[in-house]
Design a protein around this ligand. Sequence first.
Ligand code: DAH
Length: 344
Amino acid sequence: MKELIQRLEQEALREIRAAAGGEMLEAARTKYLGRKGLLTEAFKKIGEASAEERPALGSLINEVKGRLGAALDERTRAASGGEEKAEKIDITLPGAPFRRGRIHPITKTVRDISDCFVSLGFMVVEGPEIETEHYNFEALNIPLEHPSRDAFDTFYLNSRSGTQLLRSHTSPVQARFMEKHKPPFAIIVPGRVFRPDATDATHSFMFHQVEGLVVGDRVTFADLKGVLAIFARQMFGVQTRMRFRPSFFPFTEPSAEVDISCFACARQKHLEGRRCSICGGKGWLEILGAGMVNPKVFKGVGYDPEKVTGFAFGMGVERIAMLKYGISDIRLFCENDIRFLRQF
Ligand code: DAH
């Protein structure tokens, strides 16, 4: 009987050691220590032994029960801890999918434009979106009777500190910068502008512009052309040609509107008589306004127009982005449609 119990213990210990996990350990516990387990059965058989042997057998079985219980507990703890640890360092699990964000196409276009001019030595400057009438109009030689000064053409704000408005262009930063700095300098001014236009595919009450201003000793119209030609080629491709059409802006004299050759026509030579959808068959795309700074603007900020000259230009960022990426509706920029934004 004693030997039988000892063999049972050896067998049980072997099984516990060999158990591969929690489930097998639980099975071993039931098999040996359970209510109908082998050790319980052994207890019942003590009655078959002689009266002198019984107490020793009883305590032996209890000792074996204690040792098996302890062995089972230890292995169970090790098994569950081991599983937890393995989980922590399992580098083979596939990662949780992570959606990468994108730069908004307008931000991207502003950055592309800025990068080009910064590489030419321009500095990036910003100005306020709430402007005074003085900087938005007067400092730029825009007279009171000019249509853009009409209350219906500009967002005026009621304020105690004089007439303020949401700037209708980035040009006011020209005067702000010149009042505080001496030439020579070359700046670009990206920023948001506001006009109460009825919204349609090409108009929005809010859009972005990039203004440029270069002032120095003997800055000429040739410099303006050179700088803009580099910009046009970098933005729209090396084969891009440029043309200047005479125009009028109160703050430049002479003034021009600048077109680039339509890159879409050039790419699809096989239009086969159909009109190009980008330029409407004209072959040219208007991209900005420009000119030589009007001496009146220089006088207004205390510069001597006999000593300095300069050129300025202004472009619409949405328009540039729409041309470059073939976007047909300006409203797409503000709709936050992920299917649109994901394409940049
Ligand atoms: N401010 C003009 C506009 O909003 C754009 C512009 C034209 C800016 C000519 C300039 C310039 O600096 O020289 O329509």
